[in-house]
Design a protein around this ligand. Structure first.
Ligand SMILES: O=c1ccn([C@@H]2O[C@H](COP(=O)(O)OP(=O)(O)O)[C@@H](O)[C@H]2O)c(=O)[nH]1
Ligand SMILES: O=C(O)[C@@H](COP(=O)(O)O)O[C@H]1O[C@H](CO)[C@@H](O)[C@H](O)[C@H]1O
Length: 340
């Protein structure tokens, strides 16, 4: 990739270590560095699964599935299975996804003997469990301008470089609010919470343009060997755990162009931020870098406008749990041990 597209100003030398600057040059690429026709033959005997976590995404999930099936299953055999994980939707997500050609599972039906956990991280872990591809691509179900290039770009490094285990997408992220668009206003939790904390405590990850990107891919044997934090801690948990276990050079990023998606409101992002902070503090604690007399509270008090200008106190328990590496759950026969 021409990393001059990531212009490094002179101060970059201060914020980015030589290791990260070198990584940026060697491990950043662009989706159009490859085509599906070029990558399909490189699969060999390997298979590819796309997992789409979807909670109430009836508006967008169908187009995403159709795009993948048409371009990457029918026209080019790059993708072998498309799974939508219905994450307790209350709309027609499951029907829309199935009509578009996806296999659909309900998050709570996968690995049923296990008690259910919650949120996006749970949906992704269950999607990993319910698929078989040697390479797994995760794509959010709320994207408005998804293209097959997202999947092609994420698979490029995995199919051409055996040293790469995990690839994150990056993109320009406009914040679309009705008729107003802020060209780079998206990724609010990334810019306000994740990026500052990752720069402080894991500077080796400072080169990731979109550390919370919801589009990423990895090798199954690696994905089944790392925990999946539930709710919205999953992405930041992956990056921190993979950096520690596989090292920076096993990670890569691909420019996917532009990403617009359904935005959540500020208070929802406040809860997401809390889950990401709890995940980061947990990783700091595990590495002995956070000496806390007591565990942080997981309760978040927020104040919501109520009738007649009053305010309503809303308390949410942000506690995240964690699914263990999938390979530790399955017996050699591939079964799930009875719930102990
Ligand atoms: O409990 C959940 C929460 C989210 N999602 C899905 O995960 C993706 C990203 O979630 P969301 O859009 O809420 O996050 P954002 O993109 O706003 O950060 C979307 O496809 C959601 O439908 C899910 O499957 N289960
Ligand atoms: O990057 C972000 O700040 C958040 C919110 O994005 P917006 O401010 O709504 O564009 O979105 C991401 O974060 C989530 C938590 O990691 C991921 O699960 C989402 O896929 C990703 O869109």
């Amino acid at each position: 990739m021409d990393t001059t597209r990531i212009g490094l100003d002179p101060n970059a030398e201060l914020a980015l270590s030589p290791r990260v600057r070198s990584w940026l040059r060697r491990r950043s690429s662009r989706a159009d560095d490859w085509t599906a026709a070029q990558l399909a033959p490189l699969k060999g005997s390997r298979t590819v699964s796309v997992v789409i976590p979807a909670r109430n995404e009836e508006e967008t999930v169908g187009q995403i599935v159709r795009t993948i099936r048409t371009t990457l299953v029918e026209d080019n055999p790059l993708v072998d299975e498309v799974l939508v994980v219905d994450s307790r939707s209350r709309d027609a997500t499951a029907r829309v996804a199935a009509e578009a050609g996806a296999r659909v599972v309900s998050q709570d039906d996968v690995l049923r003997p296990l008690p259910g956990m919650h949120g996006k991280g749970e949906a992704l872990w269950k999607g990993l469990a319910a698929t078989a591809g040697d390479l797994v691509v995760f794509v959010d179900g709320d994207l408005y301008d998804f293209t097959a290039g997202y999947v092609i770009g994420l698979l490029g490094p995995l199919l051409t470089d055996p040293e790469v285990d995990y690839v994150k997408g990056f993109y320009h992220r406009p914040l679309v609010n009705g008729s107003h668009t802020d060209a780079d206003g998206g990724g609010r939790v990334t810019e306000l919470v994740a990026r500052p904390l990752l720069n402080m405590y894991w500077p080796d990850l400072a080169g990731f343009v979109q550390p919370l990107a919801g589009e990423y891919a990895g090798r199954r044997e690696v994905l089944e060997s790392i925990p999946f934090v539930t709710h919205y801690g999953v992405e930041v948990g992956h990056l921190i755990d993979l950096l520690r276990w596989r090292g920076l050079d096993a990670l890569a990023q691909v420019d996917l162009g532009m990403r617009t998606h359904r935005h959540q409101g500020t208070q929802a992002l406040g809860r997401m931020s809390g889950q990401i902070m709890l995940t980061i503090m947990d990783r700091l604690d595990r590495s002995g870098r956070l000496v806390a007399q007591e565990a942080p509270s997981t309760l978040l008090a927020q104040f919501r406008r109520a009738a007649e200008g009053a305010r309503e106190l809303v308390v949410t328990d942000l506690a995240v749990q964690e699914r263990p590496p999938l390979r530790t759950v399955r017996t050699p026969a591939g079964q799930v041990p009875p719930c102990t």
